[in-house]
Design a protein around this ligand. Structure first.
Ligand code: SF4
Length: 325
């Protein structure tokens, strides 16, 4: 049995668009997630990170590959096993405005999961649990009888987090959980997630387009580009020793707090358009925008390989693909 809590191998998720087009949203992605660990997945909008996360928690069927939770393939679980799995794996949504039902009181939003999974037997127990969850996310218990439109974005996201925690999950898929919030509130939500992660030994699959956000919360970071993982490593390896040209470009876009250093920061501006995920690309998907592209990059797609313990990269520059150039 796998030692990892969640293990994803060669995952593909394609969408058929009409008769002849196929959108390869996730195309051969592999990674694992350990108990109590945060894996950040970063990449531009449309790179497949949300589709990947949704496929990993069983919200979408896979096209190929495997997603194993505690050694069991989730897409082959029977009804009872899958019901148990849905209690262990929860999601926090990007948009706290549309992900909460405006017709429900906060109390019922949080209690719904407890009822479906029969986690409390009396009304008293349920109330105790809902109030505890509200306190856990820094909300006043008096808010329980209000409706979501009465709250700010940050408070709504706290309600979404309380709902996700209600089933006492082991994994939470956080889909851009702060991108719709004001910058001043983002840090509060990140700090809350970190606190809850430590208290509950939670594993977080944290998806975001902003590497600056991801680095604060992640133990390891994966960088996705056009449906594939181009670099994966510990947060230190990605932030200090990134090698993939795309990761380097993302890093160069992070503002520096020190005004003097910020003035000297040289941002790598990528030229060219991102190809469509429906296009058949023979070589490296990043070749059209890569400042280091060589002839072989147009012909052969680089495979992701380990270049030092725990540090993986998909680029011919580092995996021997340019030897004959
Ligand atoms: Fe750039 Fe070639 Fe590496 Fe792709 S394989 S990232 S085109 S150098």
């Amino acid at each position: 049995m796998s030692e990892h809590l969640l293990e994803v191998r060669h995952l593909k998720k394609y969408f058929r668009l009409g008769k002849h087009k196929v959108l390869k949203a996730v195309d051969d992605v592999s990674f694992y997630l350990n108990e109590g660990e945060t894996l950040g997945i970063v990449g531009e909008s449309g790179c497949g990170k949300t589709t990947c996360g949704k496929t990993c928690i069983g919200m979408l069927d896979k096209t190929e590959g495997s997603v194993c939770y505690r050694g069991k393939e989730i897409h082959e679980m029977n009804k009872k096993e899958f019901f148990g799995f849905t209690g262990q794996v929860q999601m926090i949504f990007q948009d706290p405005y549309s992900s909460l039902d405006p017709h429900m009181r906060v109390y019922d939003i949080i209690a719904e999961g407890l009822r479906i999974h029969h986690l409390t037997t009396t009304k008293e127990q349920e109330k105790e649990q809902v109030y505890k969850l509200l306190k856990n996310v820094g909300m006043n218990i008096e808010y329980a009888n209000r409706y979501v439109h009465e709250f700010s974005g940050g408070q709504r996201q706290r309600i979404g987090i309380a709902r996700a925690l209600a089933l006492n999950p082991k994994v939470i898929f956080c889909d851009e959980p702060v991108s719709a919030l004001d910058v001043s509130v983002q840090a509060q939500i990140i700090n809350l997630l970190e606190k809850l992660k430590k208290e509950r030994n939670l594993a977080l699959l944290f998806v975001a387009h902003d590497l600056a956000v991801v680095q604060h919360i992640s133990d390891r970071i994966g960088v996705m580009y056009l449906g594939t993982m181009v670099e994966l490593g510990t947060t230190e390896q990605i932030m200090e020793k990134a090698v993939h040209p795309y990761t380097k470009a993302l890093l160069s876009a992070i503002p520096i707090a020190d005004p003097k250093e910020e003035k000297e920061r040289q941002q790598i501006l990528l030229k060219g358009d991102i190809p469509s995920s429906t296009e058949e690309i023979q070589g490296c998907r990043f070749a059209g925008r890569c400042p280091n592209a060589k002839e072989c990059c147009m012909k052969k797609a680089p495979k992701i390989q380990e270049i030092e313990p725990g540090h993986f990269v998909a680029c011919h520059l580092y995996t021997g693909g340019m030897e004959n150039e």
